[in-house]
Design a protein around this ligand. Structure first.
Ligand SMILES: Cc1cc2nc3c(=O)[nH]c(=O)nc-3n(C[C@H](O)[C@H](O)[C@H](O)COP(=O)(O)OP(=O)(O)OC[C@H]3O[C@@H](n4cnc5c(N)ncnc54)[C@H](O)[C@@H]3O)c2cc1C
Length: 469
């Protein structure tokens, strides 16, 4: 995703671009074939939930509007979140339209987005896509700061270039490649503490379905597990359940019947797995081993490497449940494109500008997801009876409390939505003592869980002893 979006932006800015893609599979004939049969072993997450935040949609709208149009033509849907602002005493009308103009999420399966991007790339002048080309290392010129001058591939020889973009995703080997060049590319890393299970359904009659509480999303973090649903393109919906990696009692969620029984036990999810209202169109996809990793292209404010920029998941991964990865991947492409245009002649200034901007955008979101994750993981561990872990870092406002306050204050609702959708930095809500004080004065309604882990266990037939764990 990062490679193709960045490649399209660069080609349109007048550069010649070669995209090397390890996956050699041919482009499927249409989006349904893409969803059903496009084997992407190197990108297993394409079979998972497609929560595209407003930042992703905004980058597409301003940089690749034809891609956005093509997605809408192929059944993707936009959800202007202004229509979801709760009616509160201050009233939604009091909210300045400029604050909600971009607050639009995109409902689209990941396979649909990838299919549309591949087609646009194939038609894009100055862009050459080489499927089946695996990068195995970098070529570089030594110096005080090593300068990358190309890449080596498994079966396509060496390729010299003035700039290398590493968009090879969460399994990038950039650490090893940079170490070979004498630079290193260290980072921070911790586990996300969840295993996700996703199944897609097609809705029989969308007009008969309940409205999701936040545009195309229902997001429920429960006492010991989580439940989500995202509306996507062409009346499809992704239903997602997530458990703690040590919660073996929920490991059978991979079985469709167990998955459906458990999802049906969460009232807001139940209509989306009701066989009279939806039909399953995929198996249950499972993904664990999820990690939040942040790499730092700068050391003491100076670039570690010249002529190479890591973007998308190669730069940072976050817990997928926040839906931030696609937005960051696309925004990174924009930063690289603008940075190369602003500093065309100096690799050093290019690297400084781009690395600073990539880090400034990404690090706050990465830190934010990690601290919210630590809070959620300690809650889940307590429910499971596991030993306590370190307490989460301090913040002025936990996400569920801020979200609950939004139900009674439209201004806070918009602030939270803008931060969650990455149009504003997370600190604008979660590290804002004055806002925290205001939220306390509001006395938001108490937090309630529409279901608990024990309800899921009961629904899937776990013995009572396990349910009370
Ligand atoms: C389970 C799950 C659910 C997610 N859900 C969401 C969500 O709802 N919303 C959201 O915003 N984000 C979500 N994400 C995150 C999102 O998928 C990633 O942030 C996004 O895919 C990053 O794009 P990328 O291009 O950097 O990496 P990828 O999409 O992984 O693409 C990397 C590409 O590089 C290719 N490649 C790898 N190695 C090489 C090599 N050596 N040579 C050549 N090519 C190579 C791969 O084949 C692949 O095409 C989810 C992630 C997971 C794991």
């Amino acid at each position: 995703m990062a490679g193709l979006t960045c490649g399209l932006m660069l080609a349109r800015a007048g550069r010649r671009v070669t995209v090397l893609e390890r996956d050699g599979a041919a482009l499927p004939g249409d989006i349904d074939e893409a969803a059903a049969d496009w084997a992407r072993p190197t990108v297993p997450q394409v079979q998972h939930a497609p929560g595209f935040m407003a930042l992703a949609r905004s980058v597409l709208a301003r940089r690749l509007p034809d891609v956005l149009d093509d997605l809408l033509t192929h059944g993707a849907r936009e959800f202007p979140l202004r229509e979801w602002i709760p009616s509160t005493p201050a009233g939604a009308d009091a909210i300045d339209r400029a604050r909600t103009d971009e607050l639009i999420s995109l409902g689209c399966r990941r396979t649909t987005l990838e299919w549309v991007l591949r087609r646009c790339a194939a038609a894009q002048p100055r862009l050459t896509l080489v499927p089946g080309a695996t990068v195995t290392g970098l070529m570089w010129r030594s110096g005080p700061v090593p300068r990358v001058i190309g890449v080596r591939t498994r079966a396509h020889g060496a390729l010299r270039t003035d700039v290398v973009i590493d968009a090879s995703g969460r399994r990038t080997e950039v650490d090893r490649w940079a170490t070979d060049a004498g630079a290193g590319f260290p980072g921070w890393d911790e586990h996300c503490g969840l295993v996700v299970y996703t199944r897609f359904y097609r809705v029989r009659d969308m007009s008969a379905m309940p409205r999701m509480p936040r545009g195309n999303a229902t997001v429920l973090v429960l006492d010991g597990c989580a439940a989500y649903a995202f509306l996507a393109d062409n009346d499809t919906v992704a239903v997602v359940l997530a458990r703690h990696p040590q919660d073996d009692d929920l490991a059978d969620l991979r079985c469709p019947a167990v998955f459906e029984a458990a999802a049906a036990a969460v009232p807001p999810l139940a209509p989306w797995v009701d066989p009279t209202r939806t039909e399953p169109i995929s198996p249950v996809a499972v993904m664990g081993g999820l990690r939040a990793t942040m790499r730092f292209p700068l050391r003491d404010g100076r670039p570690r490497l010249l002529g190479m920029h890591a973007i998308g998941d190669a730069l940072a991964t976050t817990n997928p449940a926040y839906g931030r990865g696609a937005s960051l991947a696309m925004a990174h492409g924009e930063i690289v494109t603008d940075g190369l245009a602003a500093e065309p002649d100096s690799p050093l200034r290019q690297a400084e500008l781009i690395s600073h901007r990539l880090t400034a955008l990404t690090l706050p979101h990465w830190l934010d997801t990690v601290r919210h994750d630590r809070g959620r993981i300690s809650l889940w561990r307590a429910t499971l009876g596991l030993p306590r872990t370190a307490p989460p870092p301090r913040m002025s406002m936990p996400m569920p409390v801020a979200a609950a306050a939004g139900a009674v204050d439209a201004d806070i609702w918009v602030r939270v939505a803008r931060a969650v959708h990455m149009l504003d930095p997370p600190q604008s809500v979660f590290d804002h003592p004055a806002l925290a004080a205001r939220i306390c004065d509001l006395d938001p309604p108490p937090l309630t869980w529409p279901a608990r882990r024990a309800d899921l266990l009961a629904a899937i037939g776990a013995p009572p002893a396990l349910r009370s764990a």
